[in-house]
Design a binder for this molecule. Structure first.
Ligand code: SF4
Length: 359
């Protein structure tokens, strides 16, 4: 039986992208015309470093700053991870036909454990006349046996198009797309990227009745103070350098290519992020066992059954089901007097300095 033992965020350092979305930090950094990055690691390196013997069976999310499928090496890495027996998730803008054709030719045994998150960049797809191509690419991989989800990033400019987007999704996907929350990663509190008040923003985008959006709305702006197993049951890894850290702003644990085993250490009570902005994965997969959350499957599926039975069963598990707890969790009195506040203040100061320099 497949057992969810770890969640791994695998970052591909590629900034190149063929779209120019106004809410995207990669596009804002004007790097979208760069050539796609090449990985310095071979699929064999990846296979060895990410073995099940070393890590347990994982859900591995593969994502880049720019378009994940642009680098020519991405799919060979995905195959290596799937062949190891992991479940793999790819985040993509869904535009590169040749890549989806290649995926549709993977063996059924690999496709059964592959999930693709299609980011629906409606305005850019419309500008480039790629809307039909986007939905055709989804149909290509789904008919081959791959699971998928479609998610839109709400931005103020998109509001006049809500009815058209809903109509299109029902026609092409049999269900409404999911909705995420756009972030301003340059703001000290990682605010919502909108001129709307938060309540107003939530009301406007709730019309998609997306469980993903509902859950993100509940956890956004909420500082987490419970014991978090990030760094113990999950890792954030740079696929090129191999650097492994606990979470986005967590401490360095080692190098996935050099260390076997890799030293694990939970973030515990010292989360230094203003809020758990990726909690739709981290929290629903159970990194904070004391926090009741819906399943990750609920964040991704729709009644039109976008997930295969195998992916749905895997995404429905909690990390605590297949892992031992850490003795520090029992220490309800926090040993760290500052409780993660020093790194948080340091981050805020860093952002203010950056903003001052850019003025
Ligand atoms: S609460 Fe969220 S942001 Fe904080 S360490 Fe855990 S997973 Fe990371």
């Amino acid at each position: 039986m497949d057992r969810l033992e770890k969640y791994i965020e695998c970052y591909i350092p590629n900034k190149a992208c063929n779209l120019r979305c106004n809410y995207c930090y990669a596009a804002r950094a004007a790097r979208s015309s760069e050539n796609p990055a090449r990985l310095s690691r071979t699929p064999e390196d990846v296979k060895k470093a990410f073995s099940i013997d070393k890590l347990g069976q994982c859900l591995i999310n593969v994502c880049a700053d720019g378009e994940t499928l642009m680098p020519p090496d991405t799919l060979s890495v995905v195959i290596a991870l799937l062949e190891n027996g992991h479940f793999v998730s790819i985040v993509t803008n869904g535009t590169l036909y040749s890549r989806f054709l290649e995926i549709s030719r993977f063996s059924p045994a690999l496709l059964e454990r592959l999930f693709i998150k299609f980011s629906f960049h409606y305005l850019e797809l419309k500008r480039l006349n790629l809307i039909d191509a986007f939905f055709d690419n989804i149909a290509t991989v789904h008919s081959a046996g791959c699971s998928f989800s479609v998610e839109i990033t709400p931005c103020d400019e998109l509001e006049p198009h809500i009815d058209e987007i809903k109509r299109l999704c029902m026609e092409k996907l049999g269900a409404l797309c999911h909705v995420t929350i756009a972030r301003n990663d340059d703001s000290p509190n990682i605010d919502v990227l909108s001129t709307r008040k938060f309540e107003e923003y939530l009301k406007i985008w709730s019309v998609f009745q997306s469980p993903l959006f509902d859950f993100k709305s509940k956890i956004f702006y909420k500082k987490r103070r419970e014991f978090c197993y990030s760094g113990y049951w999950s890792l954030f890894i740079n696929l090129d350098s191999g650097k492994a850290i606990q979470c986005h702003y967590g401490k360095k644990l080692g190098n996935i290519y050099d260390d076997n085993p890799i030293k694990l250490k939970p973030v515990g009570y010292a989360c230094n992020s203003p809020h758990c902005f990726n909690g739709h994965a981290y929290l629903t997969l159970g990194l904070i066992p004391s926090l009741p959350c819906p399943s990750y499957a609920e964040m991704r599926d729709r009644p039109a059954q976008w997930l295969s039975p195998a992916v749905k069963a895997f995404f429905s598990q909690k990390l605590a089901d297949n892992n031992v707890s850490h003795p520090d969790e029992k220490k309800s009195v926090r040993k760290n007097f500052f409780n993660g506040k020093i790194p948080l203040y340091a981050r805020k100061i860093k952002v203010f300095i950056k903003m001052a320099i850019n003025k």
